[in-house]
Design a protein around this ligand. Structure first.
Ligand code: ZN
Length: 324
């Protein structure tokens, strides 16, 4: 798998240049970082460190971090190649983080949200008790403050070092999302490269809107494991965001540079019908200005937003039934 090579020294000759793991182009590091780790040659989206994601997503100076005291414990005395305890310490000193999840409140284009961001650099973004707890707390905070929650996913799956406790996080996070949905809240999951295992199988796929960054690997088991198990060749682009969009697993693919805009727009849609009407009018005006693009497009957009609203209403009705 391509992502397992990420971070190996052979792909990063010297400090000044970096090799694109998709097209092989040599990228000048400063330029590459200025483009928020997107390849200038092929637009491949590299995994973005958690703190860079927060800085890129939140309005400047608006992020207020929460739950910073939570840290993982080695409850099982688990020993892999090295003891889990030592692995945790090494990851903490390497990343300067206590675990693989950053949570806080912020604004995105002036819209207040609860933001949760996974950090792949910390033990492959694996979900142990701290990650699961922070996702749950983020969702509960959204419920408490009546704010939307935006979760950036990036993970190798559940953290096996914590055994069944890590698997329990799947049910816990989904339970919290269910409560948010019943209360009429709004959640967005952004699946980035790579989102796999127990994270894909829980909160990453259970939010109201599922976005993905281009070419992200999203799946439960890795493609090589599946191919070996079923002894069949997998279809081209299997488990990539574009393939999943075609199959209906994700709602939209959004390039990194447009993500903030897209999130702000979705949040506005979720809160205010006026915004939807204004947007449809704007599209209609656009299509009049450009006769090549007929009014059908605007109508389609309007229909889509109606559809979405209907879905929201439907789910609200469902929830009230469940509640009753
Ligand atoms: Zn490239």
């Amino acid at each position: 798998m391509a992502w397992t090579r990420f971070g190996k020294k052979k792909d990063m000759p010297g400090g000044l240049w970096i090799k694109c793991e998709n097209c092989g182009a040599m990228l000048f590091r400063k330029e590459f970082e200025a483009r928020h780790r997107v390849c200038g040659a092929c637009s491949y989206h590299f995994t973005l460190p958690g703190r860079e994601r927060v800085a890129l997503t939140a309005d400047k100076g608006s992020f207020k971090e929460l739950y910073t005291s939570l840290r993982a414990e080695d409850r099982l005395g688990f020993i892999d190649r090295i003891p889990y305890k030592d692995k945790l310490k090494a990851s903490q000193s390497k990343t300067g983080e206590k675990d693989a999840m950053i949570v806080g409140t912020c604004t995105i284009e002036s819209k207040p949200v609860v933001l949760a961001v996974m950090n792949f650099a910390f033990m492959g973004g694996s979900m142990g008790v701290v990650v699961g707890e922070k996702v749950t707390l983020a969702i509960e905070k959204a419920l408490e403050l009546s704010l939307p929650v935006v979760i950036f996913c990036c993970s190798g799956g559940a953290r096996m070092h914590e055994g069944a406790i890590s698997l329990m996080q799947m049910a816990k996070t989904c339970g919290a999302l269910c409560k948010l949905e019943e209360a009429g809240g709004f959640s967005i999951s952004v699946m980035t490269h790579p989102t796999t295992g127990g994270v894909t199988a829980s909160f990453a796929s259970a939010c109201d809107v599922l976005l993905a960054e281009p070419h992200s690997l999203i799946g439960f088991a890795g493609p090589r494991v599946i191919a070996t198990t079923i002894k069949k060749e997998l279809p081209k682009g299997f488990q990539r965001a574009e393939f999943l969009l075609e199959k209906g697993q994700v709602d939209r693919i959004v390039p990194r540079e447009n993500m903030r805009r897209e999130l702000a727009k979705l949040i506005a849609y979720s809160q205010d019908e006026e915004v939807m009407i204004a947007d449809a009018k704007e599209s209609a005006a656009d299509s009049k200005a450009k006769p090549e693009k007929p009014a059908a497009q605007a109508a389609e957009k309007k229909d889509k937003s109606k559809g979405k609203k209907k879905h929201r209403k439907d789910s609200a009705a469902k929830s009230s039934k469940k509640g009753g």
